[in-house]
Design a protein around this ligand. Structure first.
Ligand SMILES: CC(C)(COP(=O)(O)OP(=O)(O)OC[C@H]1O[C@@H](n2cnc3c(N)ncnc32)[C@H](O)[C@@H]1OP(=O)(O)O)[C@@H](O)C(=O)NCCC(=O)NCCS
Length: 174
């Protein structure tokens, strides 16, 4: 399966069961999961891997492991289909180990995912669906060039949605 191209500091690879220790630590970290309903247990992290592998099989993409060129685990980042107000939208998602926050890793990885989506998906646009208090995540989406659109009202609270087109409009070509 194709993965996004490597970046200056990161490479992408498929997630598998050998990543359980790293993912259980990442998704069990209260700081990383601050804007989720709860941290994930080890079984929850295993289910995350199974969901991701299902996405690879069904769509040819999903979340990928992001790691340094030396193989050090950084987190995950990738492309999944999500519902926004009842409409399927391709989302770029990212989770970075707490110790590595603020070094530009999420933006670097997500930028490679934008390019991958342009080349490997029929989607017209890419979104990021974000808890309203998650300023770091919103900032990453802004740095990708996304702009805020109508909130998603499908959860118990309105989630912020930022969006960017993946295709040039006919007007751009003139
Ligand atoms: C969101 C997340 C992936 C960002 O990872 P990262 O590698 O630190 O991101 P980057 O370094 O590329 O960019 C972060 C930006 O947010 C800014 N930022 C971080 N915390 C902030 C805060 N509390 N308020 C305002 N800006 C903040 C940084 O300054 C940076 O912007 P800048 O480059 O303009 O200075 C990371 O915080 C994370 O893993 N969070 C937990 C998981 C999560 O919430 N994922 C998103 C789900 S929607």
């Amino acid at each position: 399966m194709a993965t996004p191209d490597p970046t200056a500091r990161l490479r992408f690879r498929e997630m598998d069961s050998a990543d359980l220790d790293d993912l259980a630590a990442l998704l069990g970290d209260a700081g990383v999961m601050r804007y989720y309903p709860a941290t994930k247990t080890r079984e929850g992290a295993a289910a995350w891997i199974r969901w991701t592998q299902g996405n690879y099989a069904r769509y040819g993409h999903g979340l990928w492991i992001i790691e340094t060129h030396e193989g050090a685990f950084v987190g995950d980042c990738g492309l999944t289909w999500q519902q926004v107000n009842g409409v399927p939208e391709l989302e770029v998602g990212y989770h970075v180990r707490s110790e590595l926050h603020g070094q530009g890793y999420a933006t670097e990885a997500a930028t490679a995912c934008v390019e991958f989506a342009r080349g490997h998906s029929e989607a017209e646009a890419l979104v990021a669906i974000i808890h309203p208090d998650n300023r770091a995540s919103e900032r990453v989406a802004e740095k990708l060039g996304m702009v805020r659109v109508a909130d998603d009202l499908g959860e118990s609270f309105p989630r912020r949605v930022l969006r960017m087109p993946l295709r040039r409009s006919p007007a751009d070509a003139s």
